[in-house]
Design a protein around this ligand. Structure first.
Ligand code: ACO
Length: 323
């Protein structure tokens, strides 16, 4: 008998305001054509004034609870992957906990920038396999619109706000790769690449800061590292790319998504793509894509799903799970 962390529900939330590429043409030397051609992005959502990351996360969590036919009382732990928490502390996760009216269990944040949801899933899996929690609500929630330099056309056109949530539940499996649930994880980071992607402020510098990115350098690392981490996670699960039903990648740039699929020898028909509608929502992009992918009828029970992401750190990783 093998314990598995199985997906029991999924949901997402996007702020009401939709911002098309054409809006940036008014203030920047850019165009809808450039943004579409170089990134695949057509529009993104921005949070309303006063709408915070924990608000987005709580809305996504409610959607996932509805999908799982559960209430907050059924949850033992909440993990929020975010780099844009409401306050320095307490964690966004405890704010979501309070918003859901949950008075038991525990909650904490994970910060691995765009790779945050892979790191959060791996932590949730470890909590479940070690018997510390039976049901974990794993959320990716971000308000990257709050850390943009609106004069930098190389970054501010790429990001958006949103949240997605998964509920993982302990169930027994057979120990084979046919089991539902998380089958393998692969996490990596290399702090030597700090300057490629960072926010130039923080608590100990007493500024909030804005996002700085050497986009073409990140791009170069992304395709190579994403294909490698996905293949390593598959290998750990005793599987190969030919077993994959869906790649659900971090949604940063359609060219990175296409390049990674090509490197893995997988057709784009097996990739869930939402970057055109959401832009890069950092740690929220994978749970958003999982939720949208399920709602579109792409991801079905029993499908083999591989998620992979890379972001500031650099930090990168992949999770193999059977839906
Ligand atoms: N509109 C018009 N021109 C632009 C824009 C814009 N919005 N942005 C940049 N350019 C210009 C540049 O100034 C440059 O001009 P120059 O040649 O005169 O200097 C030219 O376009 C080419 O710039 P590159 O940066 O080489 O363009 P590239 O094809 O690499 O595309 C992009 C840029 C979209 C940023 C791409 O590099 C990318 O997506 N990189 C990865 C981003 C990413 O994946 N981040 C991951 C994680 S994010 C996180 O963890 C928070």
């Amino acid at each position: 008998m093998t314990l598995r962390a199985v997906v029991a529900g999924v949901g997402h939330y996007l702020p009401e305001r939709v911002v098309p590429n054409s809006e940036f043409e008014k203030t920047l030397d850019t165009s809808d054509e450039w943004i579409r051609a170089r990134s695949g992005i057509e529009r993104r959502h921005f949070a309303a004034e006063g709408e915070t990351t924990s608000d987005l996360g709580a809305a996504a969590a409610r959607a996932a609870l509805r999908d799982a036919d559960m209430t907050a009382d059924d949850i033992d732990a909440i993990i929020v992957a975010t780099s844009t928490a409401d306050l320095t502390f307490p964690s966004a996760a405890t704010m979501v906990q309070a918003a859901l009216g949950m008075e038991r269990g525990f909650a904490f944040d994970v910060q691995a920038v765009c790779a945050g949801f892979a790191f959060a899933l791996a932590n949730a899996n470890a909590l479940i396999l070690s018997g510390q929690a039976e049901r974990v609500l794993v959320i990716g929630a971000e308000t990257f619109s709050r850390i943009m330099d609106w004069t930098d056309r190389g970054t501010c056109v790429l990001f958006g706000d949103g949240a997605g949530a998964l509920i993982l539940e302990a169930r027994t499996g057979t120990g084979t790769a046919q089991d539902r649930g998380i089958l393998a994880t692969d996490l990596n980071s290399d702090g030597r690449y700090r300057d490629l992607l960072y926010v130039d402020g923080g608590v100990s510098t007493q500024t909030t800061g804005v996002l700085r990115m050497q986009g073409n350098q990140v791009f170069r690392h992304a395709v190579e590292k994403l294909a490698k981490t996905a293949e390593t996670a598959l290998e750990k699960a005793g599987l190969t790319a030919s077993d994959v039903d869906w790649i659900v990648p971090h949604q940063a740039n359609i060219r990175i998504i296409q390049g990674t699929a090509k490197k893995m020898g997988l057709p784009m028909e097996k990739v869930v793509v939402t970057v055109q509608d959401h832009g890069n929502t950092s740690a929220a992009s994978i749970p958003l894509a999982l939720s949208v992918g399920k709602a579109r009828g792409q991801i079905k029970t029993g499908d083999l799903v591989v998620t992979e992401a890379i972001g500031g750190g650099l930090a990168w990783g992949a999770v193999v799970l059977r839906w």
